[in-house]
Design a protein around this ligand. Structure first.
Ligand code: HEM
Length: 577
């Protein structure tokens, strides 16, 4: 009887010893980085072990302050600095001028994918250690998903309109007030909308409207980063023991996805291998199936390398699909939540909506119905595009822009001469570049249409990354899903402004930092009101709704509006539009 107790005591002591030595290393080690590179977040002249430990602790909840400190003290002076990170270890942040050097490094010397795998604890959270590093996702996204954008834009629009109607509109359970306004829980409701739209493309009807399936895929997507955070807090040697407990909830949702999707994959494989049209996947008839399973099988049966052959296993296809759904849903819901809060809390809230509505109406009304929501039409919606890009500039969900892990065994030398050992990370932060007054006039302000005319006088589209806009990262490893994301988000924002009015908010709810991730407000509501599309054409609905809003402001909000918002009393000045 006493033996198990002693055994438990021994196990506890071993675990505590491992944990303490892990914390000690996390807080006090220099990780082989040269003392000539200063640590951000340390007081002037203090670079000792305790000062570094303090800034490492700060990095968990106050990463923004640590980044600002490093950027102002060192980057602006053209020097590298070390950004502590309590979860994934310190990163060397090089000055902006060294970016071309960073972007030019080949993957076998400095690997961006390895940073992403580490950040997401991808060997565990991504269902199989190879899923993030295999190149299949990129291939499928580039060759199929992006190429066929126009083929499924009508499906996306259908899913947007039905899901908005179900979740915000006439079928929603949320009751409007006497003036028709509803307070919608923004992030939560958009998570459902985006899960439906993304799944409409990835798995099609009827699964994309199956509540159990969309709940599992959106919940899995939502918790990956949280699970990864907890895993990082564990010493690596204890992860095999505790990781299954931490991951249990996410794995439960993966099993929900798997149960629904495996039979579909199996029947498609049978159709391919024994069907009457065996060549279907080699010369795909995209009118029959145009979804992720089709693309994945096409890729698996037309390539013969190890990772493609792995892709013929239904279990593996289900895992890759789940991971792709994570990449598509979570990033898109964050982006659309941020942009709607930005519009709502801008002093030009009503004017911005009117301007967007007029643009969308102008673009679609000048085209035949079959082309109204196609890629070319979306390219003309430059104000919609610029609004999304501007919100991403302010609230990109990762503070890092390009971050690469040193893969060369002998380490590397920075252009400024410092030696960086194997396994360390070197890069730039997007947060600093995107909020720098030297790059962006009035950088902290939401100016939705600023990208219509960039520094070079040309419009800068949401998908075009640069050294000062890294919302999708930049360079060879910039997000391959950005063309799909931009398409989906532009369609969604366009439909929202056509169908709903957004009520002005006095203050924007705050985004929250957790380590180097920046989350949108997830518990706040947005007040929206359905527009009556039948009463007038869309442009005049836009104008009428402004008048309507102004008169309602007179009743409800006039005391909150200040002189700067008015041309004449009670009439909003439509500036910056
Ligand atoms: C607004 C929406 C999106 C944003 C803001 C976004 C952002 C990003 C960023 C910043 C990265 C680089 C991560 C890093 O290496 O540090 C990335 C990578 C990636 N994204 Fe997206 N993404 C979005 C939508 C999507 C969608 C819809 C898909 C798929 C359909 C997708 C698939 C991927 C994949 C596969 C990678 C890894 C690329 C690689 O390892 O080279 N993303 N995304």
């Amino acid at each position: 009887m006493s033996l198990p107790v002693q055994l438990w005591a021994l196990v506890t002591v071993i675990c505590i010893t491992i944990a303490v030595s892990y914390i000690f290393k996390r807080l006090f080690s220099r990780h082989g980085l040269p003392p000539s590179i200063p640590w951000a977040g340390c007081a002037e002249g203090k670079q000792g072990a305790f000062a570094r430990a303090k800034s490492t602790l700060l990095s968990f909840f106050r990463m923004k302050d640590v980044i600002n400190d490093g950027y102002q003290k060192y980057s602006k002076a053209g020097k590298a600095y070390i950004l502590p990170n309590i979860l994934t270890g310190p990163e060397v942040i090089i000055p902006h001028s060294q970016m071309p050097w960073l972007l030019n490094q080949p993957d076998h010397i400095m690997d961006q994918n390895a940073t992403n795998v580490q950040f997401l604890a991808g060997d565990r959270t991504m269902l199989h250690p190879r899923i993030l590093s295999d190149t299949v996702h990129k291939r499928v996204i580039n060759r199929e998903m992006t190429k066929w954008l126009d083929c499924y834009s009508a499906d996306i629009v259908d899913e947007i309109t039905t899901s908005l109607d179900d979740i915000w509109g006439s079928h929603a359970t949320i009751k409007p007030d006497l003036l028709g306004w509803k307070a919608v829980p923004l992030y939560q409701s958009l998570l459902q909308v985006i899960a439906r739209i993304s799944n409409r493309v990835l798995v099609g009807l009827p699964l994309c409207r199956d509540e159990g399936y969309t709940k599992s895929s959106s919940t899995f997507a939502r918790y990956v980063v949280i699970v990864a955070t907890f895993l990082h807090l564990l010493p690596p040697s204890l992860r095999p023991i505790f990781a299954p407990i931490i991951q249990a909830f996410d794995m439960y949702h993966y099993r929900g996805i798997r149960k629904a999707i495996i039979p579909v994959i199996q029947s498609r494989i049978i159709e391919y291998e024994f069907g009457t049209r065996p060549c279907e996947y080699k010369n795909p008839d995209y009118s029959r199936h145009n979804d992720y399973i089709q693309w994945a099988l096409h890729d698996a049966y037309t390539h013969f390398d190890e990772e493609s052959i792995r892709g013929r296993d239904p279990e593996f296809i289900a895992k890759r699909l789940t991971v792709l759904t994570f990449a598509a849903i979570q990033s898109s819901v964050i982006t659309i939540t941020n942009v709607l809060f930005d519009i709502a809390s801008s002093p030009n809230c009503i004017a911005i909506q009117s301007s967007l509505r007029t643009e969308v109406h102008g673009v679609v009304s000048s085209r035949p119905e079959s082309e109204q929501w196609q890629r070319l039409a979306l390219q003309s919606m430059t104000r919609i595009d610029s609004t999304l890009r501007e919100s991403m500039r302010l609230w990109g969900f990762l503070s890092r822009g390009v971050m690469k892990m040193v893969k060369k065994k002998e380490g590397i030398t920075l252009p400024s001469g410092e030696y960086i050992p194997y396994g360390m990370k070197v890069g730039v932060t997007s947060y600093s570049a995107q909020h720098d007054e030297d790059f962006w006039h009035d950088a902290m302000r939401f100016e939705p249409f600023r990208h219509l005319e960039g520094d070079d006088g040309k419009p800068h589209a949401m998908v075009s990354t640069s050294e000062t806009f890294m919302g999708f990262s930049h360079g060879r490893h910039a997000c391959p899903g950005r063309f799909f994301a931009s398409n989906q988000l532009k369609l969604l924002l366009a439909q929202i402004v056509l169908r709903f009015e957004i009520q002005l908010m006095e203050t924007r709810p705050e985004n929250k930092w957790l380590n180097n991730s920046i989350g949108p407000p997830i518990f706040d509501t947005l007040r929206v009101r359905q527009l009556n599309l039948d009463t007038a054409d869309n442009a005049s609905v836009g104008e009428a709704s402004n008048e309507l809003n102004i008169s309602r402001f007179n009743v409800l909000k006039l005391d909150k509006l200040t002189e700067q918002h008015m041309d004449v009393p009670g009439r909003l000045r439509f500036t910056n539009v």
